[in-house]
Design a protein around this ligand. Structure first.
Ligand code: AMP
Length: 226
């Protein structure tokens, strides 16, 4: 299935706490609809790896579980969506995370696109467990879990043979801080989007393929594929 070429671009926001499965679900949805997944966290990690000016600005915030300042995130984000692969739409994973970011997106993007917010609800205890077990492929970004979703060969990605690693900000004390920041700064976006009629909530506790099936059913029911 692919996004329509003539209709308005299709833009999804994956909303939810850290460890809710936003990355996994955003990747599956993007693949199915043939539009890119844009993860601001991944963009920051690439910038940190390459020691770019953005990476240097973001590094300390990310290491301590704080949010990167809005201007830095938004500049990087608007640069990314200018690229040609975004012209039929994209799935956002990790942005917006503050009311200010949501307001900027509401002003500059929402009027010109077919806009949907998908929220994944997961209990805090599950989030901590998921973050503690999370393994990520350094090459393709595929996400595994040390107990629940293991790769066939330890430390090696099933899809691309890339090396699996643990994100430093998945350390327990940083996860606690990320959750605190989520409740304080990002959770208000649920009410924000509900009031504006964009939000659909899903149980994120189920296995990833079941959650994905529900998201796809929502997509087909809404006929956002035209
Ligand atoms: P993620 O991979 O989405 O969990 O993001 C990792 C980290 O990148 C977050 O804990 C923040 O420090 C930073 N980050 C990613 N997206 C944003 C955003 N939209 N606003 C502020 N900080 C962000």
């Amino acid at each position: 299935m692919s996004a329509p070429s003539s209709a308005k671009p299709l833009v999804f926001v994956m909303l939810g706490p850290p460890g809710a499965g936003k990355g996994t679900q955003a990747k599956l949805l993007a693949k199915e609809l043939d539009i890119p997944q844009i993860s601001t966290g991944d963009l920051f990690r690439e910038n940190i790896q390459s020691a770019t000016p953005i990476g240097l600005k973001a590094k300390n915030f990310i290491q301590t579980g704080a949010l990167v300042p809005d201007e830095v995130v938004l500049d990087m984000f608007f640069d990314r969506i200018k690229k040609n692969d975004c012209k039929h739409g994209y799935v956002l994973d990790g942005i917006p995370r503050t009311l200010y970011q949501a307001d900027v997106i509401a002003e500059k993007i929402v009027p010109d696109v077919n806009f949907h917010v998908l929220c994944l609800n997961v209990e805090d205890a599950t989030l901590i467990d998921r973050a503690e077990g999370r393994l990520v492929c350094r090459n393709c970004g595929k996400i595994y879990h040390a107990r629940n979703s293991r790769p066939k060969e330890s430390g090696v990605c099933d899809s691309c043979n890339g090396e699996l690693y643990r994100r430093p900000d998945d350390a327990p004390e940083v996860v606690k801080e990320r959750l605190r920041v989520y409740h304080e700064q990002t959770k208000p976006l649920i009410a924000y989007y509900k009031e504006r009629g964009y939000l659909t909530a899903f149980e994120g506790d189920a296995p990833p393929d079941l959650v994905h099936a529900k998201l796809m059913r929502y997509f087909l029911d809404k006929e956002v594929s035209h």
